[in-house]
Design a protein around this ligand. Structure first.
Ligand SMILES: [Mg+2]
Length: 407
């Protein structure tokens, strides 16, 4: 339509509305006021429902802590239409700054709001809070649209196999027993930590697990060596030779991937290792921002990208990394997302991605089963008897928190 024609048609429409319903301006202001507006942001601390025991994470030796059922915190963004959105708990210290930016805004404008959060408010130093806000905004959008987020974003699948991501460093015998129990419950894959002082104990662990579970079960491995640029972790530090020897031994045992075998920014070493071995290398949970994933791809660092919604620039960032991965023929299998609402948000995204065959679920029973974190939900998703987790079907994130647990 030519511009002149368009103007004359819209002019005619405005005149028509003047004649039938008062003024065209009145109609416009009605349409605007009908849009939801953000009114408040709060962070709820959630009560715990009990303790399940002390556990030391393999990647943080010397720092055991009590594992609990429930707990944690939840961000809630309210609107003037009685609809609210939930997300992982952001830092309470940043609420006022986020409120100054968001109150009065339309939650559907989340691309604009996301841009503002990143570049005008200092939040670029805190991707976690940006991710929390974006998840809650999208939950509102899904609830207003009355659609689960994965359907709203474009569904590709309704369920995904979950792999049991182990936490503690056990003896090879204990780990083999545990793997069998997990398989008996229906899980199709398990991830095992490689943190023994001696490489031969790591390899013996995988040998015993493979022997115990048979061929029809997926084994992933994680060396957690890419955290060395962040929090100091006093565990075993791998050099290139240990990474190379381990990678070659694991390949013989039909291991699906080796995760974070070297330091986070040792792109040269990682690329060299990738060229020298046949095993699939995975990583990225501690890499921040889309640009780092572009560098990872350009340098041939990892075969599987593992961005995390609370580290990699929130919803916008994670979707951008997914698009980058798809364009470069990489699988994208996110880091776990924190075990509560971050995991649920990623579950919906995975439902839209053809290049994501698994979801990481932190599950090391009996002390740290995934149901500990999910206990804050009234309608938590479950891993079914075939090892799959289905996308929630309710609107938005599709899960509700148990409000009796808010402290
Ligand atoms: Mg990892």
């Amino acid at each position: 339509m030519k511009r002149r024609q368009f103007i004359s048609k819209t002019g005619a429409l405005a005149l028509a509305s003047l004649g039938t319903a008062g003024t065209g301006l009145f109609n416009l202001s009605l349409a605007q006021s009908a849009r939801p507006r953000i009114t408040d942001i709060r962070v709820h601390r959630m009560r715990t429902l009990g303790e399940t025991g002390m556990m030391e994470s393999a990647w943080a030796p010397g720092r055991p802590y009590m594992r609990r059922i429930g707990g944690g915190s939840v961000t809630e963004i309210y609107t003037d239409q009685g609809i609210s959105g939930i997300a992982p708990g952001m830092s309470p210290a940043n609420i006022d700054r986020m409120k100054a930016l968001l109150v009065g805004q339309d939650p559907f404008d989340n691309e604009t709001l996301g841009h503002q959060m990143r570049y005008t408010n200092g939040a670029a130093n805190n991707w976690r809070d940006v991710g929390c806000i974006e998840i809650a905004l999208w939950d509102i959008v899904g609830k207003v649209a009355n659609q689960p987020l994965y359907k709203l974003w474009g569904a590709q699948k309704d369920k995904v196999p979950a792999y049991a991501s182990m936490i503690q460093l056990s003896t090879p015998e204990e780990r083999a027993e545990q793997a069998v129990r997990v398989k008996e419950k229906g899980w199709q894959g398990i991830k095992i930590r490689l943190h023994h002082l001696q490489m031969k104990e790591d390899i013996r662990t995988i040998e015993l697990v493979r022997e115990a579970v048979g061929e029809d079960f997926t084994i992933m491995t994680d060396a957690n060596q890419a955290q060395s640029s962040g929090i100091w972790q006093p565990g075993v530090q791998w050099d290139y030779k240990r990474a190379l020897d381990t990678a070659r031994a694991l390949d013989e045992l039909d291991v699906y991937w080796l995760e974070e075998p070297l330091r986070r920014y040792d792109y040269d070493g990682l690329a060299e290792l990738n060229r020298a071995t046949d095993i699939t290398l995975a990583g990225g949970e501690n890499n921040q921002g889309v640009q780092e994933f572009k560098d990872i791809i350009d340098n041939g660092v990892y075969d599987i990208l593992q961005p995390e919604i609370l580290v990699t620039e929130g919803v916008q960032g994670l979707r951008a990394v997914a698009a980058l991965g798809l364009a470069n023929h990489k699988q994208v299998i996110p880091h776990h997302g924190g075990g509560q609402l971050g995991t649920i948000a990623q579950l919906h995204m995975i439902g839209t991605w053809p290049h994501c065959p698994w979801i990481e679920i932190m599950n090391d029973p009996p002390i740290s089963p995934y149901t500990n974190g999910f206990a804050i939900f009234e309608n938590a998703p479950v891993v079914d008897s075939e090892g799959n987790m289905a996308m929630p079907q309710g609107p938005g994130l599709g899960v509700d928190i148990d409000r009796s647990l808010i402290m």
